[in-house]
Design a binder for this molecule. Structure first.
Ligand code: MN
Length: 258
C-alpha cells in the first residue's frame, strides 16, 4: 500500500484560481503528504473516524497553509487526495474537487495556535456524552496525560443560536479556536471533538486516546468517585508518552498496510 504513497504529484498547484492571500507556499514535502494520507487511514482503522471526520497537518514550507484531504471518507484517502489550504480555508489546488464543509476548524486553529502542527476532528462516539452533559474529559490514566486539567467544551448555541452544529464558516472556526484556548482537546456539544498536536503523530495519538479515555471515564463514573491524574501527574505522563509515540505509530501503520 505504501509503494505509491511517496510519489510527488503534479496535481499540486496545477490549477489556477481559488487562491487568496498568503502567496504560494510551494510544494509540500511528498513524505508529509503521504503521512497525512496515512494518518487518515490510521484514524479510520483505530475507530476514531468513520465516513466522517478529518485530519490535517500544517504545511512544511509555509505556516500560513495546511494539508487536508478533499471531501471524502478518511479511510479511503491517498496522497493524491491531499489538498493545500490557506488560513481562510481556501483550497489552492482543488481543481473542482469538493472540500470539507468544516475545513474552518483547521484553518482557524492554525491561525490562533502557532504551536499547533496537526489537527484531528472526529465524531468518535465515546466522547459525545461528555459535551452533552457539560462534563470535561479528564485524564483517567497515564495514556491521556495530554488532557491536563481537562478538555475544553464548545457550545455552538452560545455563539450562533440554533444551527446544524457544523463549523461551516470562519466565524464559527474562530469561536471554536477561542474556546480551545491552550487546551489540547475540545469537546463540541451535540457534534464531536477536536484535538491538536505539535506533530501529526501526536495529534493522532491524542485522538485515539481521547476516545479511549472517554470510554474509561464513563465506566469509572458509573462505578463511583473517580480519582483522576492531577495536573502534575498529567504533565509528567504526557512528557513521557511524547517520547514513545513512534512505537505506537509503527503498529498503527502496519495495521493499515496489512
Ligand atoms: Mn464534524
Amino acid at each position: 500500500m505504501t509503494s505509491g504513497e511517496g510519489n510527488p504529484r503534479s496535481v499540486h498547484h496545477s490549477d489556477a484560481g481559488h487562491t487568496s492571500g498568503g502567496g504560494q507556499p510551494g510544494e509540500a514535502d511528498p513524505q508529509l503528504i503521504a503521512k497525512v494520507a496515512l494518518a487518515n487511514r490510521i484514524l479510520y482503522d483505530q475507530g476514531v473516524v468513520d465516513g466522517f471526520g478529518h485530519v490535517s497537518v500544517r504545511h512544511d514550507r509555509s505556516p500560513a497553509h495546511f494539508l487536508l484531504a478533499r471531501n471524502m471518507a478518511p479511510g479511503l484517502v491517498a496522497s493524491e487526495d491531499i489538498l493545500t489550504f490557506d488560513l481562510d480555508g481556501n483550497a489552492l489546488d482543488a481543481g473542482g474537487r469538493r472540500v470539507y464543509l468544516e475545513r474552518f476548524i483547521h484553518s482557524e486553529i492554525y491561525r490562533a495556535r502557532p504551536d499547533v502542527q496537526a489537527v484531528v476532528h472526529s465524531h468518535s462516539p465515546s466522547v459525545i456524552p461528555f459535551a452533552a452533559t457539560r462534563t470535561p474529559l479528564r485524564p483517567i490514566y497515564h495514556m491521556s496525560g495530554f488532557l491536563g486539567a481537562g478538555s475544553a467544551i464548545f457550545e455552538i448555541r452560545d455563539v450562533a443560536g440554533d444551527t446544524d452544529l457544523l463549523i461551516r464558516d470562519p466565524a464559527l472556526g474562530r469561536a471554536l479556536a477561542s474556546a480551545l484556548g491552550t487546551h489540547s482537546a475540545i469537546l463540541m456539544r451535540g457534534h464531536g471533538s477536536t484535538v491538536v498536536g505539535t506533530s501529526l503523530e501526536q495529534a493522532v495519538y491524542r485522538a485515539i486516546y481521547a476516545e479511549t479515555n472517554a470510554r474509561l471515564q464513563s465506566q469509572a463514573v458509573a462505578l463511583g468517585e473517580v480519582t483522576y491524574l492531577n495536573e502534575v501527574e498529567a504533565a509528567k505522563a504526557a512528557a513521557t508518552n511524547d517520547t514513545q509515540i513512534a512505537r505506537a505509530w509503527e503498529l498503527w501503520q502496519r495495521a493499515v498496510e496489512r
